[in-house]
Design a protein around this ligand. Structure first.
Ligand code: MRU
Length: 343
């Protein structure tokens, strides 16, 4: 399994696997300050909701290393500014601001000299990283119970080890089902425009010897009609308190098609992806990315020059299309509002 990120204590830097180069090249880049991390998140070197949360946490540690203030109040202001810069990189995944808030809260309660605060932040960043992996393993255990002994699973984008600190959420369920001896096979939707399904999910499944078949996004409906899908499992970037789910663009379409074909549609995500402050999905900020992602691939122009483009990176699936949400605390079903709050 490829490592998404690692903290190098000797060099005091964060190393990130450059996911824009996968599957062709395995290249790690070093981030020495929080601005390096912010640009890596923005440019999708590191991506996936839990992974960008953990990377941002380490980014704040780097900001603390570079801080010049020796007065507590000024140091805290510097940290808040750095946290705002990191949080602004990608607006949809709540894990980013969640992780930064965890670190800022830790600082808020700390007394003493700012020189001691860096160690505190690093410890908290490691905790976020390690707990993400443990949480994903729990998601895997809960979720694999929902996978039949023989099952074809359709997934979208990449909600695997590469999108998290390790193991994955949707692909964590797949991994756990495979490890439990279930005879499963995966259909990976390629996920235009940036092809996380083709480049990343397909790679992860091949590396683990889990049978995988690649399809283009527009094949999903026919695949379902041909009865080749037993269940759909996707990840999430933000879950509103009523269970509406923001995830990679194309997820909503899959949920509508799954409903039409009577196929269970599951979302797998850690509880840190749940935003209880949001009443429903209409309040989720949806990132819109540059038009070249749609008009170009690998430096080639795919459409007439100057064409108008709409490029939302995520969509919102209403809770009524979701069979269950698999979290690290257990499986949640409708009524989501009540059950998520209780959990
Ligand atoms: O734009 P990306 O590649 O960051 O989008 C990733 C997704 O939409 C994932 O499904 C989501 O973040 C969950 S990752 C466990």
């Amino acid at each position: 399994m490829l490592e998404t990120m690692r903290w190098l204590s000797g060099e005091e830097c964060l190393e990130l696997l450059d996911q824009t180069k996968l599957p062709g090249e395995i290249v790690y880049i070093k981030c020495f300050d929080h601005r390096d991390v912010a640009s890596a998140i923005k440019n999708m070197v590191v991506r996936g909701a839990p992974a960008i949360g953990a990377a941002a946490a380490y980014g704040l540690v780097l900001a603390a290393s570079g801080a010049v203030a020796n007065k507590r109040e000024i140091f805290l202001k510097e940290m808040e500014t750095a946290a705002r810069e990191l949080a602004a990189t990608r607006p949809t995944a709540v894990n980013l601001s969640w992780a930064l808030t965890q670190l800022l809260q830790e600082l808020g309660g700390a007394t003493g000299d700012p020189t001691e605060f860096k160690g505190l932040l690093l410890e908290e960043a490691h905790t976020i990283f390690n707990e993400d992996i443990l949480g994903n393993r729990r998601i895997g255990q809960y979720g694999q119970e929902l996978v039949p002994q023989d099952g074809n699973i359709l997934t979208h984008c990449n909600a695997g080890a590469l999108a998290t600190a390790g193991y994955g959420t949707a692909l964590g369920v797949v991994r756990a089902a495979h490890a439990a001896g279930k005879n499963i096979s995966v259909y990976a939707g390629e996920t235009r425009p940036l092809l996380q399904g083709a480049r990343l999910t397909a790679l992860e499944m091949l590396q683990e010897n889990i049978p995988v078949t690649l399809i283009t996004d527009n094949m999903a409906g026919f695949l379902m009609a041909k009865k080749k899908v037993d269940l759909v499992i996707v990840g999430a970037d933000r879950i509103a308190s009523n269970g509406d789910v923001a995830n990679k663009i194309g997820t909503y379409g899959l949920a509508v098609m799954a409903e039409a074909h009577n196929i269970p549609f599951y979302v797998a995500a850690p509880f840190s992806t749940v935003d209880l402050d949001l009443k429903n999905g209409s309040g989720i900020p949806i990132e819109e990315r540059d038009q070249w992602e749609v008009t170009h691939h690998g430096g080639h122009l795919l459409a007439p020059a100057g064409i108008k483009v709409w490029n939302p990176a995520f969509d919102v699936t209403p809770h009524n299309l979701i069979t269950a949400i698999i979290t690290d605390r257990g499986i949640v079903q409708s009524p989501y509002g009540e059950n998520l709050r209780e959990m």
